[in-house]
Design a protein around this ligand. Structure first.
Ligand SMILES: [Zn+2]
Length: 278
């Protein structure tokens, strides 16, 4: 992926990661989620690096911003969700018998007396932390914390919609423009560009000011700094009035085509000024 970073589009890089690399990192992950933390971190670092390559962000970008921009969640969170999906299959008799019978053994006995606990599964007694974190004991705890209507619904789609409700769909217009433009635009959006304010926040430069004397923020650079006035009149000023948020991340209030146009114009401004790369 590193060697293709500047050759392929953001979309294609994302497809390479999710189709060829992530499945290897997650092979039968429901059974080995109790591995030591240092190994979990090693796996996570592979996904973080892939997220950096897809967005073009630098090492200065935080993990949460990277994942949010890609519409991803951590591998550890994904393992947890895979375990719940597997347990849902076992609970609703959609898995092989030898798995479903494990649930039957743990089913809460007196749910007739307490409707609030219906569909609860009895927690398992564990003597060691290693066992406590293994598949069955850990997934039962998670299962019991789900809303009852999700647990009692045999539809896997309902379950997936519930557990993945925090995953944001990445706007298609994030794939607009040439690769270089996409990368520099994303760096502005993710606060990890070469602008002095972004470098100052990470203690790389001593001053956050632009040569014009004002704080060199994304807003200052794109909308205000008089050093780029001429290029701005040919690019950003031709757009209908946009706030900084729309210039960086688009807006849900306008169509994808309008957002695409805004992204193309902003990227053209970034490339022509050459301030954060050309
Ligand atoms: Zn300036």
């Amino acid at each position: 992926m590193r060697s293709l970073k500047f050759k392929l589009s953001r979309y294609n890089l994302q497809v390479i990661y999710t189709s060829f690399i992530r499945p290897i990192l997650e092979y039968v992950d429901t059974v080995w989620d109790n591995i030591p933390i240092y190994l979990k971190d090693k796996l996570e670092s592979i996904q973080i690096e892939a997220a950096r390559i897809v967005t073009g962000a630098t090492k200065l970008c935080s993990k949460s911003k990277l994942y949010n921009d890609n519409g991803w969640v951590s591998l550890s969170e994904r393992r947890s969700r895979h375990k719940i999906i597997k347990f849902h299959e076992m609970f609703h008799d959609q898995a092989p018998n030898y798995l479903c019978s494990l649930v039957l053994q743990q089913l809460y006995q007196d749910y007739n007396y307490n409707t609030r606990r219906a569909f609860n599964v009895q927690n398992m007694n564990c003597r060691t932390t290693f066992y406590q974190n293994s598949f069955l004991p850990s997934v039962i705890r998670e299962w019991n914390s789900l809303p009852q209507d999700v647990r009692c619904n045999p539809s896997k789609i309902t379950l997936k919609n519930y557990i993945n409700r925090d995953i944001k769909k990445v706007p298609t217009f994030y794939n607009t423009g040439c690769r270089k433009g996409q990368i520099l635009h994303a760096r502005l959006r993710l606060n990890c560009s070469g602008l002095n304010e972004h470098l100052f926040q990470k203690n790389i430069v001593l001053f956050r000011l632009c040569i014009c004397g004002q704080v060199e923020s994304s807003k200052r650079y794109l909308l205000e700094c008089h050093y780029y006035r001429l290029i701005r009149t040919q690019t950003i000023s031709t757009l209908p009035r946009c706030n900084i948020q729309t210039l960086l991340s688009g807006s849900e209030l306008i169509s994808d085509e309008e957002n695409e146009n805004i992204f193309e114009v902003v990227q053209s401004f970034i490339l022509k000024t050459g301030r954060i790369g050309s």
